[in-house]
Design a binder for this molecule. Sequence first.
Ligand SMILES: *Cc1c(COP(=O)(O)O)cnc(C)c1O
Length: 488
Amino acid sequence: MQFIETRGNDGRKPSSLAFSEAILSPSASFGGLYVPESLPDLGETFLSKHLSSHYKTLALDLLRSFEIDIEPEVLEEAVSRYDAFDDPANPVPTVQIEEDCFVSELYHGPTRAFKDMALQPFGYILGNLAEKRDEKYLIMAATSGDTGPATLETFKNQSNVKVACLYPDGGTSDVQKLQMVTEEAENLKVIGVKGNFDDTQHALKELLASEDFKAELAARNIKLSAANSVNFGRIIFQIVYHIHAYLEMVRAGKIAMGEKIYLVVPSGNFGNALGGYYAKKAGLPVEKILIASNINNILTDWITTGAYDITDRELILTESPAMDILKSSNIERVMFDKFGAQRTKELMDALSTEGKYQLTDEELASLQEDFSATFSSDEEGEAVIAKYAENGYIMDPHTAMCMKAYETLRDEKLPAVIYSTAEWTKFSTTVSKSLGHAVKDDKEALDLVREHANVTVPPMITGLFDKAVKHTIVVEKEAIKEEMLNFL
Ligand SMILES: *Cc1c(COP(=O)(O)O)cnc(C)c1O
């Protein structure tokens, strides 16, 4: 299978390329993204075949059906990373919390956020390609807290990939920061930046665009890649768990094969939701994908009105920080699929020059065939956390955003899967506050919630507080380049 570009071809890049090329150099012509030329058929024949398959078997067959240019042995090794999840027999457990509502827990990997689902196997594949080609890569990430730890974890100790991670000093939870600054490996660099996440991200963009930084990389024979969800190498692994969730419900006797369900996705950059969209298009029986946001509700506007307008918006910091976003990258792939490359380029150009665009009525109707959307405030999220804690289920503030979508957006009386994207242990102060104990630091909050709710905290979280800190650097934006050059 070849990969093509969402904004058409500029005549300099190849008009289509193989998976390996698309993941090593993920930026396409005109600032667009790579997408598969077509989708395999993952409908009833595929589903029936995997009714009793292990998660890894399902993942490997899905990867095979995309006909990508990665050897089967490499793919097998990549998915064996799921063996290190809590329960190797089922890395993604499903929990019923209402008569017709099921939580697919995507956070049982090493960093306790769903980013591991894709980054774990993806990191292996990218590192393997770099090594085979004898090429050196640098991956840089600005993180508000979950991408950083998951990116460091997947690439640590890989010989041909270096990772540098920038985080806003004071802008992450204690646990998230410790996950990064205690990572020890020669190929990893973690830099705290004075400022908020926006400043950090901006500083990274400037650095990556600067000619002398590029020249320094070229002089060292280092290529730049990216590990955020603009990279299709992450998206392909995010199709798998939507299918797994459906099969889990069939296996549990909650639905019959072929019956439709709703998927409820707490969304930011839309990688998770895009995986669901591709699964639906490929034949998974999904009625609609319900998009849940926090008060940074740009996606709710887009799906309910067809307007994407960031001209009068400022990013608001919330208790679900991984969804604090104004520019959501992966909706571009949905637009390409529905409206084609020419129209996608027109819309994305309007967004960058005017800060907004408006879909036509027909385009909006097409979008609404697959998606509905709503958003919740922090207070609504806290109330959800408190309600389910009372029933004995602890959820994190991102997952909590899903419940309003589940309650208000289903036009048909069909069951729903909501995706839990982080373990509560990463956001314990918010969870503790929801349970009536407002405290400042994570260590205290973890203990309070543990006692209150009779839940356990996994060793990779409790252990963080005793691990040695390896990365102590916190700098002004202007000093990032020098730190990077020292590292390289
Ligand atoms: C990254 C993240 C999200 C948003 O996922 P997208 O695929 O970017 O929409 C939601 N919740 C958590 C906990 C995350 O880490």
